[in-house]
Ligand binder design. Structure first.
Ligand SMILES: Cc1ncc(COP(=O)(O)O)c(C=O)c1O
Length: 385
C-alpha cells in the first residue's frame, strides 16, 4: 500500500465488529434514553472490571469529575491538591464549588511529583486528585499513605488508564472515588461518555443523584434539596460501551504494540525523548505516544508540530498548566506561582498519531516522517539558530 500521500489523524477510533448490533438493538427495542438496560449492564461490568462495588455512568469524563468533586461535600475554603499539568476538567468543579485548588508540579513521567505532596498538606486539605497522565499511573503508594495519615480523600482520574494496573490493582479502583472518560481517543469509547466508580453505597447514591438533577427518589418528583446536573449517559452510548468493553484487553495490547513499534522505529531520532516501556512495576499503556524535545533542540514543540502538519502528521500539544491558564489568572488564582516541570513539558511535549485503528505500516510511515522532520530541523541550515 502506498502511504506516501496519506494524512494521519492524531486519533482514529477502532470498532471491533459487535457494536453495531448492540446499538441497533436499542433502536429496535426503543431503549435509547438513560433508562435503558444497557446503562445498568455497562455500569455493573465496569464496576467489576475495576474491582469496585458501584459504577455510575455519565455524560463524559468532565461530568464524572464534576460529580466526584461535588460528591465529597467540600466546604468553601477547603483545599484540594491536584497537578498543575492536567486537563482543565480536573479543576473546574473545585473552583466553581468554592474550594481552593493547591497545585503540585510534575516529574519526568508527566505525572504529579508525589514527593512534593507532603509539603502541600495543611489542616484545610480535604482531597487529592490524582490524574494518571499519558503513559503511567501516578505513584499511588505514597499518595494513599499520606491520605490515610491525614484523613484526606483521594479522587483518581483514570480517564487515560482504562485497563491499566497499578500496584497489581486495576486503575479505577483507587481512593474514595475514581473517574473515567470514554471519549473516542480512550481505550474504550462510547462517543462521549464517562464513569464514576466507588465502593461506599451512600457515596454512590449521592453520585447518582448529582448525575440526575438531584431528583430524590425518596421525595416527591420535581422537589429538589440540592443542585445537580443532567449528566446522564444514554442507552445507545452504553450499548456501544458494552461492545467495546469486550475488547478492552485487545485494545490495551494493541496500544502497547503501537507504542513499542514507535519506540523501535524512533530510537536514536535526533532531538526526541521517547517514553520508556516500564516504570516501577507498571508497563506503559501508551494512551498516547508522547514525546518531549531534548534540551538541545533550539525550538519548542509548536514549531515541530507545524512541520509535522505540513508533512500531514496530526499531533496534539501537551496540556497547558493550570497556573498559566488565563481564566484562573483573571480570577486572581495562582499569582506568581511557578511549576518548572509543568511549564517545560507543556512547551516541549507533543504526541503523534496512535489511534487504535492505526496499522503497523501506518505507524512506520508516521515514524519516517517524524524522523525526517527532526533531522531537517536539527541539520545545519535546518532550524534558524
Ligand atoms: C485525564 C483526563 N481527565 C478528564 C478528561 C475529560 O474527559 P471528557 O473529554 O470525556 O470530558 C480527559 C479527556 O481527555 C482526560 O484526559
Amino acid at each position: 500500500m502506498d502511504l506516501s500521500t496519506t494524512a494521519f489523524a492524531v486519533n482514529t477510533p477502532k470498532f471491533w465488529g459487535g457494536e453495531k448490533e448492540l446499538v441497533a438493538d436499542c433502536i429496535e427495542t426503543g431503549w435509547i434514553s438513560s433508562e435503558g438496560p444497557a446503562v445498568k449492564e455497562f455500569e455493573s461490568k465496569m464496576a467489576s472490571r475495576c474491582s469496585r462495588r458501584h459504577a455510575i455512568a455519565c455524560a463524559n469524563g468532565t461530568a464524572a469529575l464534576d460529580i466526584a468533586v461535588k460528591a465529597l461535600n467540600l466546604s468553601e475554603g477547603d483545599e484540594v491538591i491536584l497537578p498543575s499539568f492536567c486537563i482543565i476538567s480536573v479543576i473546574t468543579q473545585v473552583v466553581r464549588g468554592g474550594s481552593v485548588p493547591v497545585l503540585v508540579d510534575s516529574d519526568a513521567t508527566f505525572n504529579m511529583d508525589v514527593s512534593q505532596l507532603a509539603s502541600k498538606i495543611t489542616p484545610k486539605t480535604k482531597a487529592i486528585i490524582c490524574v494518571h497522565t499519558y503513559h503511567f499511573p501516578v505513584d499511588m503508594e505514597p499518595v494513599l499513605a499520606l491520605a490515610k495519615e491525614h484523613g484526606i480523600k483521594v479522587i483518581e482520574d483514570a480517564a487515560e488508564m482504562i485497563g491499566q494496573t497499578c500496584l497489581g490493582r486495576p486503575c479505577g479502583s483507587f481512593g474514595e472515588i475514581s473517574t473515567m472518560s470514554f471519549y473516542p481517543n480512550k481505550h474504550i469509547t462510547t462517543g462521549e461518555g464517562g464513569m464514576v466508580l466507588c465502593d461506599d453505597p451512600e457515596l454512590a447514591e449521592r453520585c447518582q443523584q448529582l448525575r440526575n438533577l438531584c431528583f430524590d427518589p425518596k421525595k416527591r418528583r420535581f422537589v429538589h434539596e440540592d443542585l445537580g446536573w443532567n449528566y446522564r449517559m444514554t442507552n445507545l452510548q452504553a450499548a456501544l460501551g458494552l461492545g467495546q468493553l469486550l475488547h478492552l484487553d485487545e485494545a490495551v495490547q494493541r496500544k502497547r504494540e503501537i507504542g513499542r513499534l514507535y519506540s523501535k522505529l524512533l530510537k536514536g531520532c535526533p532531538g526526541l525523548i521517547l517514553p520508556p516501556d516500564d516504570l516501577r512495576s507498571e508497563t506503559n499503556i501508551y494512551w498516547v505516544y508522547g514525546v518531549e524535545l531534548l534540551p538541545s533542540v533550539p525550538c519548542e514543540a509548536d514549531e515541530v508540530m507545524k512541520h509535522l502538519a505540513a508533512a500531514k502528521v496530526g499531533t496534539r500539544p501537551f496540556f497547558w498548566p493550570m497556573h498559566e491558564q488565563p481564566v484562573f489568572l483573571q480570577m486572581g488564582l495562582f499569582k506568581g506561582q511557578s511549576f518548572p516541570v509543568a511549564e517545560r513539558i507543556a512547551r516541549r511535549g507533543f504526541y503523534i498519531p496512535s489511534g487504535l485503528a492505526l496499522k503497523d505500516e501506518e505507524v512506520e510511515e508516521v515514524a519516517n516522517r517524524v524522523r525526517k522532520v527532526m533531522e531537517m530541523l536539527l541539520s545545519d541550515g535546518g532550524y534558524p539558530k
